[in-house]
Design a binder for this molecule. Structure first.
Ligand code: NAP
Length: 266
């Protein structure tokens, strides 16, 4: 069986078009502030992508690229200023922060109604949207999630539960990962380990979603799933790149639009 490739790039373009159409009809454009501390090259790529998405959607964006030596106090003051700005609906502090800064304290300082990266966590929301687009209903299915981080694995489990899936979460202390994965109707890989999910871990006909964004030895972007093998057994599969990644970015645009609409009501 050859799996259907779930095209996150095409779907993300559609979502962004929908956001752009709504923004076009708004008197005050939504505003997103992106804060980048230091010069992590991967973070720079993500921030550039977000700025491009904003431009495409008609969302006003501001970038704060501040030095790696910025103190906790200075960063908190910047967040505070952005919290008070009426033209800024969303604040995104690009992670990871340099070691000397306390990430948790900074994220907690963002006004909850402006925390666009958090109120519908972007990667898991992107996964759910993609399943919906392809007519895959998690209700009654067994969903196995590999990874239990606060930004991907755990919120993904919550969203799957909300859609009435039966959920198993695996991590490094799971004794038999293969056996767990083989029970999955929907397998979500979010471990950040190249080649972790091989074809023989995929149940015939399963839906395979690869959230990971890893670099292999050659420096090429890849997921956790050995794609060619898994695609032989899966019914649907997301590629990396071009799967969950673009959807994550599109969800940020939707969240920013949502925040602006909420602020418009206040
Ligand atoms: P993380 O914080 O490092 O968490 C990884 C999770 O996977 C942990 O819970 C870990 O278990 C588990 N894990 C690692 N190796 C494992 C193994 N061999 N067997 C079973 N479980 C294993 O990573 P993250 O921030 O959640 O990100 C995960 C991946 O998603 C990364 O590749 C990241 O780049 C990607 N990501 C993609 C997007 C996107 O837009 N597509 C957004 C965010 C992140 P323990 O808890 O036991 O350590």
């Amino acid at each position: 069986m050859a799996a259907i490739h779930m095209d996150g790039k095409a779907l993300a373009a559609k979502v962004k078009e929908e956001v752009a159409a709504q923004v076009a009809g708004m008197e005050r454009k939504p505003g997103l502030a992106v804060v980048l501390v230091g010069d992590n090259p991967a973070s720079r790529v993500y921030v550039n992508g977000k700025k491009k998405d904003c431009a495409e959607c008609g969302i006003y964006s501001e970038e704060y690229a501040i030095p790696a030596e910025t103190t906790q106090q200075e960063l908190l003051e910047l967040v505070e200023t952005l919290n008070g700005r009426e033209d800024i609906d969303g604040i995104l502090v690009q992670l990871p922060l340099p070691r000397h800064l306390n990430e948790k304290e900074v994220l907690l300082a963002i006004r909850p109604d402006k925390d666009v990266d958090c109120f519908h966590p972007c990667p898991p929301a992107g996964v759910m949207r993609m399943l919906k687009e392809y007519g895959i209903d998690p209700a009654g299915k067994h969903c196995v999630i590999v990874g239990r981080s606060n930004i991907v694995g755990k919120p993904q489990a919550m969203l799957m539960l909300r859609e009435n899936a039966t959920v198993t979460i695996c991590h490094t202390k799971t004794p038999d990962l293969k056996a767990e994965c083989l029970r999955a109707d929907i397998l979500v890989a979010a471990a950040g380990r190249v080649g972790l999910i091989t074809g023989d871990m995929v149940k015939e006909g399963a839906v395979v979603v690869d959230v990971a964004m890893n670099r292999n030895e050659a420096g090429k972007l890849c997921g956790d799933v050995v794609f060619e093998e898994a695609a032989q057994r899966a019914s649907y599969i997301t590629p990396v790149p071009g799967g969950v990644g673009p959807m994550t970015r599109a969800m940020l645009m939707e969240n920013t639009l949502y925040a602006a609409k909420q602020h418009g009501k206040q």
